[in-house]
Design a protein around this ligand. Structure first.
Ligand code: CA
Length: 229
């Protein structure tokens, strides 16, 4: 899942980006409202964490601009002011939820996950593909009851493919949602990560779950349910 963090205070932006990356999110940052709007037009984010107080356009104006452009990404607004009129203004501008600063990082994570789950297919925090179980709350993966230890990026890739419920997922789509804007489209990073992931989840099992569909992308599904074409 890829998140845009819009925050002008560098320490706060770094804190948020680092925390989210540790929880396997791909994170881009924007330090002002105009660059946030620009990035949201260029990339498809799964959610935006948007500070209310920004140097140029404030969070309300950013939110309104996104909604007017029909960019319906979930927005979690951060407000330093706890005042009720600000929260109402945020929700009226099209934010999906808000959090008052200072906040606990775990609470931000919980709110963000709740927003992401509102997307179709993601209501359940436990994703299952045959005997592979992905607990998206605790970032834990097991297969046939055995714990599989993954790096955060491997986990992010696996969780993204699992959330696609057996759909074949192209490289561009993976790059967009699992990597951030530093991803180099001519690199073979995705293949490298797919191979590592395949070794960790499929080696030693007779049913293979991670498939390469040549020319189309990758698919996480039990072999017998796979693909007629
Ligand atoms: Ca700010």
């Amino acid at each position: 899942m890829r998140i845009l963090v819009v925050e002008d205070e560098p320490d706060a932006a770094r804190f948020l980006a680092r925390g989210l990356r540790e929880h396997a999110f791909a994170v881009d940052t924007a330090a002002d409202g105009n660059s946030a709007i620009e990035k949201a037009h260029i990339s498809t984010y799964d959610a935006i964490v948007l500070d209310l107080m920004l140097p140029d356009l404030d969070g309300l104006a950013v939110c309104r601009a996104l909604r007017e452009a029909r960019i319906n990404v979930p927005v979690l607004m951060l407000t330093a002011r706890g005042a009720v009129p600000d929260r109402i203004a945020g929700l009226n501008a099209g934010a999906d939820d808000y959090l008052t600063k200072p906040f606990d990082f775990q609470e931000l994570l919980a709110r963000l996950r709740a927003l992401l789950r509102r997307q179709p297919n993601l209501e359940d925090p436990i994703l299952r593909v045959a005997d592979l179980v992905i607990d998206t709350h605790h970032q834990r993966v097991t297969r046939a009851g055995r714990t599989i230890s993954l790096t955060t990026r491997e986990y992010g890739l696996l969780a993204y493919l699992a959330a696609r419920h057996g759909a074949v997922t192209g490289r561009a789509d993976i790059a967009e949602h699992v990597w951030d804007e530093t991803y180099d489209p001519v690199s073979n990073l995705i293949e490298v990560y797919i191979q590592r992931l395949r070794r960790k989840i499929d080696d030693g099992f007779t049913t293979r779950l991670l498939h390469t569909r040549r020319g189309e992308g990758y698919q996480l599904a039990p072999e017998d349910e796979s693909y007629g074409g």
